[in-house]
Design a protein around this ligand. Structure first.
Ligand SMILES: Cc1cc2nc3c(=O)[nH]c(=O)nc-3n(C[C@H](O)[C@H](O)[C@H](O)COP(=O)(O)O)c2cc1C
Length: 306
């Protein structure tokens, strides 16, 4: 039994530990959210939801390579009405649930947030940063300071819940975009989404492996970039940061928190270590903290800046 305190405060939410299921991985049903929370996640994020149902890209949509994963899922989701039904009674999930909301126009984000308002979500995440879905994210110009400000302001008008704005690692001016989100009323920054797009080629078939040809890079290859983004953001904004990208061990989580993250998202780590990854990361964090004289995990946040 460990004596260290892993709980953290994220905006108005108290998380029993800093691990959060990242959007797009397992978050498609309430039953899956319950399983992930049951396996120790401090909070969970649903797969992004749009106004209308979306089929997404054709298979193969997700592949692995030596450094991580490449995906072009294309935001497949059942649309806001079906999502609102699926995610009713969220109090059954033993952790705060974050709604991930996407749109092609700023009004779409607001309509989806409204459509989900009957469910007991604890926060709204708005990814403005997908690198491979036409009409959304970077391909729709949502990754600029102006669009970030406009979309965040639109969502701010209609919800009291904390808003997390999810940014791309691709852009050199990530701090300018984060400041635009903060100015528009965002309560936290999620950094980062997948990087790229990248491509993996099957040299025998002489074809890209993904049907969509290109996709977002995640996992180990992304981690140093994500850590640097969080390090820069910690100096640029006052709101908390959720660090995401390549975290699958307790050491990775501590590294991300030392860079400045208040909590850590885990996506590809679920593929590397199974659904137990949340429990394992927490155990490894606790062990490292005991060995290194930390009693509370929040003392690690931004430690590299001291
Ligand atoms: C298969 C897959 C699907 C994803 N779908 C979404 C999504 O719907 N919305 C979103 O904001 N991010 C999505 N992401 C990005 C992740 O939430 C996360 O930001 C990214 O994978 C980096 O973290 P990781 O290295 O721990 O996977 C997806 C990632 C993967 C691998």
């Amino acid at each position: 039994m460990t004596s260290v305190d892993l709980s953290i405060q994220l905006c108005n939410l108290t998380l029993r530990n800093p691990t959060i299921l990242a959007s797009g991985i397992l978050g498609t049903t309430k039953a899956l959210l319950k399983r992930v929370a049951g396996n120790g996640a401090g909070a969970v994020t649903i797969k992004s939801v749009s106004r209308e149902p979306r089929e997404g890209h054709k298979n193969p949509t997700v592949i692995t390579f030596e450094g991580g994963m490449l995906n072009a899922v294309g935001y497949s989701n059942p649309g806001v009405d079906a999502a609102a039904r699926e995610f009713s009674c969220l109090q059954e999930v033993n952790a705060p649930v974050i709604a991930s909301v996407i749109g092609t126009q700023k009004e779409d984000f607001a309509r989806v947030v409204e459509g989900l308002s009957g469910a007991k979500f604890s926060a709204i995440e708005i990814p403005l940063s997908c690198p491979h879905t036409p009409g959304f994210g970077l391909l729709a110009g949502q990754g600029t300071p102006e669009a970030t400000f406009a979309i965040t302001s639109e969502v701010r008008k209609i919800t009291q819940l904390p808003i997390f704005v999810k940014l791309s690692p691709n852009i050199p001016e990530i701090c300018t975009i984060a400041k635009a989100a903060e100015d528009a009323g965002a309560n936290a920054i999620t950094a980062v989404n997948s990087m790229g797009p990248g491509m993996v080629i099957n040299i025998e078939a002489k074809k890209p492996v993904l049907d969509f040809k290109v996709g977002g890079v995640t996992g180990d290859a992304l981690r140093p970039i994500a850590v640097r983004c969080v390090f820069d953001l910690y100096k640029a904004v006052k709101i908390p940061i959720i660090g995401v990208g390549g975290i699958s061990t307790g050491r990775h989580a501590i590294e991300m928190m030392m860079a400045g993250a208040s909590a850590v998202g885990i996506g590809t780590g679920v593929y590397y270590r199974g659904i137990e990854v949340f429990k394992k990361v927490c155990e490894e964090m606790a062990q490292w903290m005991e060995e290194n004289g930390f009693d509370k995990v929040n003392k690690i946040i931004g430690a590299v800046h001291d």
